[in-house]
Design a protein around this ligand. Structure first.
Ligand code: COA
Length: 268
């Protein structure tokens, strides 16, 4: 079983659990015996969870977290990999990329809540989130070059886009482990906290103050503009902005400002 609501009787057996709050969902990787490694069931569960949350108009933020405090995710499930044929590995890598792309292009704001080890494909997964919040004891690495391979789930492309070429090379060309304080300094995470859960929920609450259509269009404007010329990127921004102009939420934002009250956004 790939995906279950955390209140479902089958929850213990599901590879990914979802917990629904009013403004945000928690999506939890549930493979703690293997340090929450990306098994086929975890990947399928994350695809299903991304699709399910994307279809929920009221949800603004998703906290992507993992069971236990030993690891956010230790990368590919190397034990499962041992029993797989070359064709099965190739098919799995396709699904892995698909899963990461679905999270990255989701209309929701994804917040990775990172406790323990965040290694290899686990770090590549965290790079697909919009924000990263780490427990102060978290550890990060892309150790692939030490294993005779290179990061192959987007790490060589997303990491330099996120923290710059120099920082990405420092991590990828050494395979070194860094702590949460270093990750914060490098811009890899946005916060290092003693209580990562509470910190992630604070971020989700702040995201929840924003209008849903604004969040989706701002994310689209930022991500879609990254690889364009400045001129093309500014045109792309105008196109994303234009989506917000005819919305009821934009008028509600203006009314709330005039009436000195908090806006109540409907996502319309
Ligand atoms: N795939 C499958 N199982 C994994 C795994 C992975 N990626 N990472 C850890 N596990 C399993 C271990 O084999 C072990 O199983 P066992 O109890 O049956 O022996 C269990 O999880 C606990 O691992 P352990 O190493 O004892 O835990 P730890 O808390 O001391 O260390 C890590 C956690 C993540 C730092 C360490 O397990 C590790 O370095 N894993 C490999 C990470 C990696 O290189 N990923 C990139 C692959 S490209």
């Amino acid at each position: 079983m790939s995906l279950a609501d955390s209140t479902s009787p089958n929850a213990a057996f599901a590879a990914v659990l979802i917990e629904k709050k009013r403004d945000y969902w928690r999506v939890r990787i549930n493979n703690p015996e293997r340090r929450n490694a990306l098994s086929q069931a975890v990947v399928e569960g994350l695809i299903q969870a991304a699709d399910a949350v994307s279809a929920e108009p009221a949800v603004r933020a998703v906290i992507l977290c993992a069971e236990g405090d030993k690891a956010f995710c230790a990368g590919a499930d190397l034990k499962e990999r041992q029993g797989m044929s070359d064709d099965e590995v190739a098919a799995f890598i396709e699904r892995l990329h698909e899963m990461m792309r679905r999270i990255e292009t989701s209309p929701k704001v994804w917040i990775a809540e990172i406790k323990g080890a965040c290694m290899g494909g686990g770090l590549e997964l965290a790079l697909c989130a919009d924000l990263r919040v780490a427990h102060a004891g978290a550890k990060f690495a892309l150790p692939e070059a030490r294993l005779g391979i290179i990061p192959g789930a987007g790490g060589t492309q997303r990491l330099p886009r996120l923290i710059g070429v120099a920082g990405a090379k420092a991590l990828i060309l050494t395979g070194r482990r860094i702590d949460a304080a270093t990750a914060l300094r490098m811009g890899l995470v946005q916060e290092s906290a003693a209580d990562a859960e509470a910190a992630a929920e604070r971020w989700a609450a702040e995201v929840g103050w924003c209008a849903p259509i604004s969040l989706t269009q701002a994310k689209r404007a930022i991500d879609g503009g990254l690889d364009l010329s400045l001129e093309a990127a500014l045109a792309h921004e105008r196109e994303c902005y234009a989506v917000t102009i005819p919305t009821e939420d934009r008028l509600e934002g203006l009314r709330a400002f005039a009436e000195k009250r908090a806006p109540v956004f409907q996502g319309k």
